[in-house]
Write a protein that binds this ligand. Structure first.
Ligand code: GAL
Ligand code: ZN
Length: 677
């Protein structure tokens, strides 16, 4: 439980009352009660309202509002309000404004227009945080702190002169001697050698390919710059309110910040998820992935869906509505993946500003006549029936390795082809998701004891010590799948010489000599050794030399004809599979699913395609979530499983029928049920 003040799943959203006259607030609270809202995030963009001038704070409105919320029985996730600096601060010090790699300044008029290394921004934001913490730290409505908002969302890296100076200091601390930097950055190449720290720039606009290590270091430096901002705020909050939970909201697929590092500093993790509901986009996969990713960033604290939309966003070219029932389904999906709260951007739809066409819990039309508000009320009712799942957890036996350093390096360009790391992660995730196998994302070095199957997609940047980490786990019986273009460079982005994959050569039982990347319309045929079944490789192929591993499939054409494409190596008690090419999405699913099945990692039930299942457990209680993402009714057998659907209160046995976008949350009963899995 995140806070004893709310012993329920959190339900609510971002609440921006400063956009409305105070007469509206009373109605807001009445409607919140009607919808069973118990938690709102207040003040995320309120800096200018809270501090109209330097040194002048106006808290009267927030005093009144928090009292009203408290009287209404609604808990507050109070924002530190630092995500959009006020106009007076920029006027006082224009160096607050960030600059892109082309030296273009980004001006006020939207939001997030600050350089993370600006001392004016740091000092002023911290003063605001202290004032808020001191004023509201003991307020009975306060449940948690919402620090800033989506760090780095619009402006993930600043390249201004202040950042340049800070970068030089960071490098000097990291490398000590300029010679070490020269060696690490490989500056012997293209006459890039530096004699003094002052000669170094951020990777601004350059004539051609930038130095890859310079780029990588800049991403590390920017991640740390933003993390320093976060820590600066948190230090104040912990100082004034040591017991109050602290959190900042993530965006699951956001590349610039190493969320494993950030996750470790959260009392609960949270994220904002806006999958495209356009039919055919399979937004439910993106949603599942986003929840699992966020839960994975810190596996020992609760997770919350901090933002989603009730109906449609306003920032795509064409903003498809969630179909009736889909908002409820995707909300329950978040809970199915471990969320302890379901929240929205935002409570009441804005009447002015750039987000006035963004959906909200309370739309522009009269709530009583609004489909959206009726669905919001229905969801409040549903969630209120799920108190029992609070504090239950997802048990996972499959992991997918994710390294941010690798993400930054792999996508930096000047490679055998362009790579999209996220799409490779997602493809492997999707394969397991379609088989209803729960997945964690795992950072290199993390404890692997609970996993039986670990997939390592294209881990191009590979630190030597990661080999040891994998070796121990495989030796003890783990089943590892490594895919193409792994183990190629070290953390300096220097090649591991002597055959690609060198750090894990013994583990893979092979080495890679060369590769042939493929264009979108190119395919290379291969054949499975045993079944003689024919398939085609896409995207990337490699020439593999076996050194102990056995071939499972071989190319039947192309430059690597007769050499293996898929291999297996016995290692201690475990096995290591190497996939030297990208497969079609269908084949990837089929072979990973079969592999999981063979080692006894199985879904809780066999269900029709498009039905998602997850299990949350608490002690010996088990809650089976069944979600129908199809637009048709589906029915399936429950086998020996019996239980009670917490959403309807009805007993279920033998079979279950789910309407389009329907869901059930079955608390299992009886021992025969547990043996069955
Ligand atoms: C999020 C942001 C919210 C709102 C929302 C719109 O990225 O945190 O403030 O802008 O997007 O979809
Ligand atoms: Zn800057």
């Amino acid at each position: 439980m995140i806070s004893k003040k709310i012993p329920h799943l959190f339900y609510g959203g971002d609440y921006n009352p400063e956009q409305w006259p105070s007469e509206v607030w009373g109605e807001d609270i009445r409607l919140m009660q009607e919808a069973k809202v118990n938690f709102v995030s207040v003040g995320i963009f309120s800096w200018a309202r809270l501090q109209p001038k330097e040194g002048v704070f106006d808290f009267a409105w927030l005093d009144e509002l928090l009292d009203l919320l408290h009287q209404g029985g609604i808990g507050v996730n109070l924002a530190t309000a630092t995500a959009s600096p006020p106009a007076w601060l920029v006027r006082k010090d224009p160096k607050v404004l960030p600059e892109d790699p082309n030296g273009q300044t980004y001006y006020p008029g939207s939001r997030q227009h600050y350089c993370p290394n600006s001392t004016s921004y740091q000092e002023s934001s911290r003063a605001l945080v202290r004032a808020l913490a001191e004023r509201y730290g003991q307020h009975p409505a306060l449940v948690s702190w919402h620090v800033n908002n989506e760090y780095g969302c619009h402006f993930p890296a600043c390249y201004c002169d202040v950042c340049a100076e800070n970068f030089r200091d960071w490098l000097a601390r990291r490398y000590g001697r300029i010679e070490t930097l020269n060696e690490t950055w490989g500056t012997a190449f293209w006459s890039q050698a530096y004699g003094e720290w002052e000669e170094i720039f951020p990777p601004r606009k350059m004539p051609t390919h930038p130095n890859p290590t310079q780029l990588l270091d800049y991403q590390r430096f920017m991640n740390e710059s933003f993390l320093r901002l976060y820590k600066g705020e948190v230090e104040i909050l912990r100082d004034v309110t040591p017991e109050m939970p602290v959190n900042t909201n993530f965006m699951a697929g956001h590349k610039p910040l190493d969320y494993f590092e950030w996750g470790a500093l959260q009392d609960f993790t949270s994220h904002d998820a806006y999958p495209d509901p356009k039919p055919g986009e399979e937004g439910e996969i993106e949603g599942a992935l986003a929840n699992d990713l966020t839960r994975s960033f810190n596996k020992s604290v609760p997770m919350v869906l901090m933002e989603q939309v009730s109906s449609q966003v306003n920032w795509r070219g064409v903003n498809t509505l969630k179909a009736p029932g889909q908002m409820r389904l995707w909300s329950l999906q978040a809970v199915a993946h471990g969320a302890e709260g379901v929240l929205f951007f935002q409570w009441r739809a804005s009447r002015a500003g750039a987000e006035k066409f963004h959906g909200a819990m309370v739309p522009h039309v009269e709530p009583a006549k609004s489909r959206v508000f009726q669905e919001i009320k229905g969801l409040g009712e549903d969630l209120s029936r799920l108190d029992d799942v609070l504090d239950s957890r997802i048990r996972t036996e499959c992991g997918i390795v994710l390294s941010y350093e690798n993400w930054w390096a792999l996508e930096a360009g000047s490679k055998p082809r362009t790579f999209s790391y996220f799409s490779l992660l997602k493809e492997n995730y999707t394969s397991l998701w379609r088989e209803n196998l729960p997945v964690d994302f795992v950072v290199p070095g993390e404890d692997l004891a609970k996993y039986r199957l670990l997939v390592v997609p294209s881990l191009y940047l590979f630190r030597d010590e990661w080999a040891e980490w994998l070796r121990d786990w495989v030796h003890a019986g783990g089943v590892l799948v490594v895919t193409f273009f792994s183990g190629v460079v070290n953390e300096k982005e220097h090649i591991h010489l002597g055959g690609y994959g060198r750090p894990i050569r013994d583990l893979l039982g092979l080495w890679v000599e060369e590769w042939q990347p493929l264009h979108d319309d190119e395919r290379v045929a291969f054949r499975f050794e045993e079944s003689a079944r024919r398939e085609e490789a896409v995207y990337f192929t490699e020439k593999i030399h076996l050194e102990g591993a056995r071939s499972i499939a071989r190319y039947t054409e192309g430059p690597f004809e007769e050499s293996p494409v898929l291999t297996v190596n016995d290692f201690g008690q475990g096995k290591v599979f190497y996939q030297g090419a990208r497969f079609s999405a269908d084949l990837q699913r089929e072979w990973l699913g079969k592999l999981a099945d063979e080692i006894g990692v199985q879904a809780p039930l066999k269900v029709p395609e498009g039905v998602e299942l997850t299990v949350r457990t608490k002690g010996d209680r088990e809650f089976l979530f069944c979600l129908n993402h199809q637009k048709e009714t589906v029915a399936f057998s429950l086998g020996p499983l019996r239980g009670r659907d917490l959403l309807t209160g009805q007993e279920v046995a033998e079979s279950l029928s789910l309407p389009p976008f329907g869901a059930a949350v079955i608390e299992k009963q009886g021992n025969e049920v547990k043996k069955e899995g």
